[in-house]
Design a protein around this ligand. Structure first.
Ligand code: ADE
Length: 226
C-alpha cells in the first residue's frame, strides 16, 4: 500500500509516522507513506497557496493551481484507487471504511486548511471525502494521520498477532470486552474466575456476553445498525 499525503505542513507527520506500528509497517515494506508539500507546487511568485473567498467576507480558500499540479504529477506516475479529501463535511469514518481502504494499493490524502479548498478541486479530482468526527480541526493533517493509522494497522502482517486486529472494537460491530493481565489478585481486586478456568468455550461465551453488555450500555446505536 502506498499513501501520498498532500499538505502545507509535512512536519506534522514526523511524530505519528515514525513510531510504533506505522514505523514497523514501513520498515517491513508493507506501507509506504510519501509526504508532499503543496507549497512547492505553487506557480505564485510569493509562494501563496490560498486566496480570498469569492462572495464571502471571512476566510481564505486554498487555490486550485498548486493542488492540481501536484495531483497531476502523481497521477502521471501511477494510478490511484482513491483521492481522499479530509474535511469535516465528509462521510464520517467507520471501521468498515478503513477495512475497505486497507485492501487498496494507491491512495492520495489531501489535507485542507483555512476555509477549505476551491470547490472545483472537489468536483474534478476528489473521489471520496472523509471526516474523522463531528468536530472541526485546524487542518486535515491530524485527520489524515488518524485515517492512515486506522488503515495501515490492519494490513495483513503489520500487527504480528493478526487475530488481535480482528478482535478490536467495531470489527464485529461490537465494542471489545474488558481485558485483564497478571497479577490475578491485586490487593483484593480479582480477575473474574472464569478467565482463569481454562475452559475455552465458557471463556468465549463470557467474552461475547461482556461485549454485548458493554455495547448495549455505551453504544446502543451500534446494535441498531444490524
Ligand atoms: N479537517 C478539519 N476538521 C476535520 C475533521 N473533523 N475530519 C476531517 N478533516 C478535518
Amino acid at each position: 500500500m502506498r499513501i501520498d499525503i498532500l499538505t502545507i505542513f509535512p512536519e506534522i507527520f514526523d511524530g505519528p509516522f515514525n513510531h510504533s506500528i506505522i514505523k514497523r509497517a514501513k520498515e517491513k515494506g508493507l506501507a509506504e507513506i510519501h509526504l508532499h508539500n503543496i507549497r512547492e507546487y505553487t506557480a505564485n511568485k510569493h509562494r501563496r497557496v490560498d486566496d480570498y473567498a469569492y462572495g464571502h467576507g471571512a476566510g481564505m480558500v486554498m487555490t486550485i493551481q498548486p493542488i492540481a499540479s501536484l495531483i497531476d504529477t502523481l497521477k502521471s506516475e501511477r494510478n490511484y484507487d482513491e483521492i481522499i479529501f479530509l474535511t469535516p463535511d465528509g462521510e464520517v469514518l467507520k471501521q468498515t471504511m478503513s477495512n475497505h481502504l486497507s485492501t487498496l494499493n494507491n491512495l492520495i490524502f489531501l489535507c485542507g486548511h483555512y476555509k477549505g479548498i476551491d470547490q472545483r478541486l472537489r468536483e474534478h479530482y476528489i473521489t471520496r471525502e472523509i471526516s474523522i468526527g463531528d468536530y472541526v480541526l485546524t487542518g486535515g493533517e491530524l485527520a489524515a494521520a488518524v485515517l492512515a493509522d486506522s488503515i495501515v494497522r490492519i494490513i495483513p502482517g503489520v500487527i504480528s498477532d493478526e487475530t488481535s486486529a480482528l478482535s478490536d472494537s467495531f470489527q464485529d460491530g461490537l465494542l471489545s470486552p474488558p481485558v485483564y493481565t497478571r497479577p490475578a489478585d491485586y490487593n483484593g481486586w480479582k480477575v473474574p474466575d472464569i478467565l482463569l478456568s481454562g475452559n475455552e468455550k465458557a471463556i468465549g461465551n463470557w467474552l461475547i456476553e461482556k461485549s454485548i453488555e458493554r455495547t448495549k450500555s455505551r453504544r446502543p446505536d451500534l446494535l441498531d445498525e444490524h
